[in-house]
Design a protein around this ligand. Structure first.
Ligand code: DGT
Ligand code: CA
Ligand code: CA
Ligand code: ZN
Length: 572
């Protein structure tokens, strides 16, 4: 394994930490920290210098002893001196260093004065109120440590993709502006477009010595620095979102992107395939013995194991590797396949914009149609339309269409599915429409069996074109109602009813797993934004992300069709 400068620096930094905890001579501690900084900011690889026979002692602040240690690290990938220090301290101590605000000095205090050897001891001492009594600690630090401990226990709230996206965009723009930065990418669940992310994983490739980690810590939005190292820094931003930043050499870019995109389950499979071919695949590259055979590009990883490229959204080890082997990977839908949006509200009910404004915005997105679907009368909070009000709106839409070319507003309605499974407006009123989205909004508390019956009964009415937000869940806020979705989707297929993937970021309903199920059952899906303003129309990207995670192709999605075919497909 090649040893990078950052590995050497990480070892020196850790050694300095462990020495400091034990109260070693501060000059010695500082010498290691300085050496770490020197190595990190070196414009060339220490490993290459040794190969070329260059003298390490020519480096600033590097004497014979440090030079020898560097050679040892490059040769063996480890450092005896570090192992010796590790052996002097209880194993659990290093974990304490991961806690934000606990530098070596404070860890030393916890260890010496309270005998704390690991996270468990720390938790006990916290519970007994001992930590806040230590000098240099108070209630505030007690609180922070507790937060960290509960975070590790999995109590942390996952952040909606929509929120994470805003945070990520500004942060990535900021990093791109740092001198010497060559590449920035978001990996992890964010890149896989998971509906919520636990944290952001940001990868950076830069010129040697670029002040990336300093800039990360200085970023305006940072409220806590959980860990700062030369290759990995973790910060918590004002929004509560944690960001892991990793620095990588360009030759490892693709391998690292693959590794940190995950999912872990997918990576494990791929790595296993590599092992069978006598290859070692990790975040540094693809290796045959000592020799690097790839890793600059992500594709190298798949090439190495003889697979076609697998899109990030599929990497959940849910059958994508088998499909890749068989050559049956789906050709995933993209945003540009979408021809229009079939769920949008206007200011006639609870939307912000007029029908004309919504239409103009949809046209500007390159769409051929926009379905206006205001609420029906049962949704009185949103000034839902009754038969008379609907007739007026339909008339308005028809007249407006006469003034348009190359674009059409479709007259629709979001019809409430009443408790008994009937639709909120009369059949005659619904017959005037181009299509409907029918959804459950009230009386959600019934058994799964009852709810399934209710929805299927509504679906028996051929005026129901699309089942809106099929579970009614709100991410991080409210569970969906109890319902047998498999039965509902199968029922939709039988009846020629379309199933919505509501792309509104709080909803993403149906989810990825059910998209895949819908596809397997032969359902047609509509990806709709449920826009309540012109800006909301851009939520389509979240629907596309979820659809891709659910293996959907353009042919599985009704609103990839041109207007005429679409209307035919919505006809029951
Ligand atoms: P999240 O943050 O909970 O939404 O989910 P991820 O997938 O972003 O997970 P995270 O942030 O813990 O790690 C990012 C990626 O790094 C993960 O998807 C795969 C990779 N990774 C992390 N730890 C391991 C590991 O122990 N083994 C392997 N093979 N990969 C890992
Ligand atoms: Ca993550
Ligand atoms: Ca992470
Ligand atoms: Zn709606």
């Amino acid at each position: 394994m090649p040893v990078y400068n950052m590995d050497i620096a990480a070892i020196f930094n850790k050694l300095a930490d462990l020495l400091e905890i034990q109260g070693a001579n501060p000059f010695r501690v500082r010498a290691y920290r300085n050496a770490a900084r020197t190595v990190e900011s070196l414009p060339k690889s220490v490993s290459d210098m040794i190969d070329r026979g260059e003298k390490l002692t020519d480096l600033p602040g590097v004497g014979k002893d440090l030079a020898g240690k560097m050679e040892e690290i490059v040769r063996t990938g480890a450092l005896k001196a570090l192992e010796e220090e590790q052996a002097k301290l209880p194993r659990g101590i290093e974990k304490l260093l991961d806690i934000e605000d606990l530098g070596p000095k404070r860890v030393a205090a916890l260890h010496k004065e309270l005998g704390i050897k690991n996270l468990e001891d720390l938790k006990k001492a916290l519970d007994q109120g001992k930590v806040r009594e230590l000098s240099g600690f108070g209630e505030k630090s007690e609180q922070k440590i507790r937060q960290h401990l509960t975070g590790m226990a999995g109590g942390e709230k996952r952040v909606q993709l929509f929120v994470a996206e805003q945070v990520a965009k500004t942060f990535v723009d900021y990093l791109r502006g740092v001198e010497g930065v060559r590449k920035v990418a978001l990996a992890g669940s964010f890149r896989r477009r998971k509906e919520t992310v636990g944290d952001l994983d940001v990868l950076v490739a830069c010129d040697d010595g670029a002040p990336v980690m300093d800039k990360v810590v200085e970023y305006d939005e940072v409220v806590r620095v959980a860990a700062k190292g030369s290759t990995k820094t973790s910060v918590v931003l004002r929004t509560g979102l944690r960001v892991d930043v990793r620095l990588l050499p360009v030759e490892s870019w693709g391998a690292a992107l693959h590794y940190f995109t995950g999912s872990k389950a997918h990576n494990i499979e791929i790595r296993g395939m590599g092992v069978k071919k006598g290859l070692k695949i990790n975040e540094y590259g693809v290796f045959k013995g000592e020799k690097r055979v790839g890793g600059a590009e992500e594709k190298d990883v798949y090439d190495a194991v003889g697979l076609p490229f697998i899109e990030p959204e599929l990497r959940e080890n849910r059958g994508e590797i088998e499909a890749a082997k068989k050559g049956t990977l789906p050709k995933l839908i993209t945003l540009s396949d979408i021809q229009g949006d079939l769920h949008a509200h206007t200011n006639v009910t609870d939307g912000k914009n007029t029908m004309e404004e919504m239409a103009a915005a949809a046209k500007a997105l390159g769409y051929s149609y926009l379905g206006i679907t205001n609420h029906s009368k049962r949704v009185s909070m949103a000034k839902g339309l009754d038969e008379a009000a609907l007739a007026k709106e339909v008339d308005k839409i028809r007249k407006f269409n006469d003034t348009l070319s190359g674009f059409r507003v479709l007259a629709g309605l979001e019809v409430d599915i009443l408790e008994d499974g009937s639709l909120d407006l009369s059949n005659e009123a619904l017959d005037d429409l181009d299509f409907t989205v029918c959804s459950v909004h009230y009386n959600r508390r019934m058994s799964a069996e009852q709810m399934t019956k209710r929805i299927l009964k509504a679906m028996d009415n051929p005026r129901m074109s699309i089942l809106g937000h099929p579970t009614g869940r709100l991410i991080n806020e409210r569970e969906g109602y109890a319902v047998d979705l498999e039965k509902v989707i199968a029922g939709a297929v039988e009846r020629g009813c379309v199933v919505e993937l509501n792309a509104y970021p709080d909803r993403l309903d149906i989810d990825d797993v059910h998209c895949k199920l819908a596809k397997e059952l032969g359902a047609l899906v509509a990806i709709n934004t449920d826009a309540h303003s012109t800006g909301d129309l851009s939520f389509m990207r979240f629907g596309i992300g979820q659809a891709r995670r659910g293996w959907l192709e353009a042919a599985d999605v009704v609103n990839t069709k041109k207007t005429r075919e679409l209307l035919r497909a919505l006809e029951r």
